[in-house]
Design a protein around this ligand. Structure first.
Ligand SMILES: Cc1cc2nc3c(=O)[nH]c(=O)nc-3n(C[C@H](O)[C@H](O)[C@H](O)COP(=O)(O)O)c2cc1C
Length: 180
């Protein structure tokens, strides 16, 4: 028998990511669990309106998305505790600039550069709807067909409100092969 848990988006676990944006000549990084995919080329990033990074994203209408692995968690955690309003977070990760000029984290197996297409506001949140301009994957995380092997990328997952970091489980098989 199911318990009614109230009006809550129980869609967890979700991939944990670090959102990057240019802060002058430096980057700033914010840890985010509330991200999603829209269609085949768009993503949504849900950020509380009082976060430091929102203003910087709005300035250029650009953000980067960087996957988090287990060994990144100590620094990723800092990105989710400190605000760029008070602390410079640019030193936390080595980064390069992608083809579209956005800071992407070197140790992240997967990164994307995105352009903000629109901002859908919900109470207290800016929900950035973005086009993916470029996606990058570490070559060691590709399979023999040249596609991303998410098991090798070992992206950390996240659940709310428990605030637990979760590792990926095993592959059960391919979609469209289970129908009887
Ligand atoms: C595990 C974890 C997940 C988080 N997910 C989100 C999120 O999805 N959306 C959000 O607005 N803030 C999220 N936060 C909070 C921000 O990362 C945090 O408030 C950060 O300090 C804001 O940084 P900024 O002010 O420099 O942008 C999360 C924090 C943690 C620790």
């Amino acid at each position: 028998m199911k318990k009614n848990m109230g009006a809550r988006p129980l869609l967890y676990p979700l991939p944990l990511v670090i959102i990057g944006a240019a802060n002058g000549a430096k980057p700033t990084w914010t840890l985010v669990g509330h991200v999603g995919v829209m269609g085949y080329s768009r993503v949504i990033v849900s950020l509380a309106q009082d976060h430091f990074i929102n203003g910087l994203i709005r300035q250029k209408n650009k953000l980067s998305i960087n996957s988090v692995t287990e060994k990144m968690l100590p620094d990723a955690d800092v990105c989710g505790i400190l605000s760029g309003k008070d602390d410079d977070k640019s030193f936390l990760f080595d980064y390069t600039l992608g083809d579209h000029g956005l800071p992407i984290i070197t140790v992240s197996p997967i990164s994307m550069e995105c352009t903000v297409e629109s901002i859908y506001n919900t109470p207290g949140f800016d929900n950035f709807i973005c086009t993916v301009d470029s996606a990058y994957a570490e070559k060691e995380c590709l399979n023999s067909e040249g596609e991303v092997d998410f098991g090798k990328a070992a992206t950390v997952l996240f659940e709310f409100p428990g605030y637990n970091y979760i590792s990926m489980g095993k592959v059960l098989g391919k979609g469209k092969t289970f129908a009887k």
